[in-house]
Design a protein around this ligand. Structure first.
Ligand code: HEC
Ligand code: HEC
Length: 311
């Protein structure tokens, strides 16, 4: 009798393990992405700052790291990263795999030496086993980064009203959104000069005027290159799902899309003496109320349907 119960018990454990066990790199990466094991005091996971329901961005300007530590930049969406060629606002990581250790080691974020993170994952019977099965080797710096990056690469989105309209499929693009798209790509607004390509970024670094050394002190790309020409330049962010990733800009200082559009209409009303501002923005656009509303309608059409509640 006792043997039979023990046998049943063991079978149950094996069954549960089989059901919850990740079977692919993407699933293993997803589990790590949501696991606080990667932060020093085991309180924060990647998903604490990159929240799945907001296109893996956050809704506050600056998300606190462990022990409530406040960094200086806004957590951006990490969807549509598969085709990016620079990571972070200043481009300090060149690949998605190289990016992974930065938040883990950042004292303002997870504050854990990567070598200790690797050790922890090796001591975790479940992860150790999963890496051996999927990668044929124990967890190490490369395969941990690869699993997380593989998960991030699975987060591509293109099921939007805009894409349906572009492909001549059934869609609900409004007249305003179509006019907004025309303004977006026009010589007048010049948005497309910087936000181009399928994800509305070409991974360049540009300065839109949010650096004056006084109220805006983050020098952006310059911190990496030390080239004065890069002062105040930030990576042009992609714009897919932008309607649900507020607040905006590297420091999250713009609360709404309307604020962003008002800024582009006349940057100098917000920052009187920007340093090194892009020549495209040398003169205020002075957009009309109608143009502003149309641009906003266009940006709203870039939200993937998975984030739009079904009515
Ligand atoms: C405490 C909040 C926080 C945590 C935890 C965090 N991030 Fe981030 N993440 C940020 C911020 C803020 C930035 C922008 C930093 C910068 O540009 O300097 C960022 C940037 C990124 C980027 C670059 C996006 C782009 O457009 O270039 C990726 C990818 C990313 N994080 C993935 C991760 C992964 C993977 C983890 C877990 C290992 C993680 N993050 C943990 C806040 C966080
Ligand atoms: C000179 C290049 C350039 C032009 C022109 C430009 N942008 Fe940007 N855009 C950027 C950069 C760089 C950022 C990020 C700045 C930062 O984080 O401080 C940005 C940020 C944004 C954001 C915030 C995204 C986020 O997730 O925080 C939106 C929305 C946006 N731009 C829309 C537009 C629209 C609409 C236009 C046209 C009216 C436009 N952009 C014109 C380079 C440009």
């Amino acid at each position: 009798m006792q043997i039979r119960i023990a046998f049943l018990f063991i079978s149950l454990i094996i069954l549960v393990a089989a059901i919850t066990e990740p079977v692919t790199k993407v699933q293993l990466g997803e589990k790590l992405f949501h696991d606080p094991i990667l932060s020093r005091d085991s309180t924060l996971s990647c998903a604490s700052c990159h929240k799945p329901q907001f296109a893996f961005a956050d809704t506050v300007a600056i998300t606190p790291g462990i022990e409530g530590r406040i960094g200086r930049r806004n957590a951006p969406s990490i969807m549509n990263m598969a085709f990016r060629s620079n990571f972070f606002f200043d481009g300090r990581a060149a690949t998605l795999r190289d990016q992974v250790h930065f938040p883990i080691e950042d004292p303002m974020e997870m504050d854990l030496e990567y070598s200790i993170a690797i050790e922890r994952i090796n001591n975790h019977p479940y992860y150790k086993d999963a890496f051996l099965k999927i990668y044929g080797e124990a967890p190490n710096a490369d395969n941990i980064a690869d699993a997380i990056a593989s998960f991030e690469e699975s987060l591509e989105t293109s099921d939007t009203e805009f894409d349906a309209w572009m492909a001549d499929k059934e869609n609900t693009m409004t007249e305003a959104a179509i006019r907004g798209k025309d303004i977006f790509i026009s010589d007048r607004a010049k948005c497309f000069d910087c936000h181009f390509g399928p994800d509305f970024t070409a991974d360049e670094f540009r300065n839109i005027g949010l650096y004056d050394g006084i109220s805006y002190k983050d020098a952006g790309r310059y911190e990496v290159t030390k080239n004065p020409a890069d002062l105040g330049k930030f990576k042009v962010p992609g714009l897919r799902n932008v309607a649900i990733t507020a607040p905006y800009m590297h420091d999250g200082s713009f609360k709404t899309l309307r604020d962003v559009i008002d800024y582009y209409s006349n940057p100098y009303e917000f920052v009187a003496n920007p340093i090194n501002i892009d020549t495209l923005l040398a003169r205020p656009l002075n957009l009309s109320e109608q143009e502003k509303q149309d641009l906003e309608a266009f940006l709203l059409s870039l939200t993937d349907k998975r984030f739009i509640p079904k009515s």
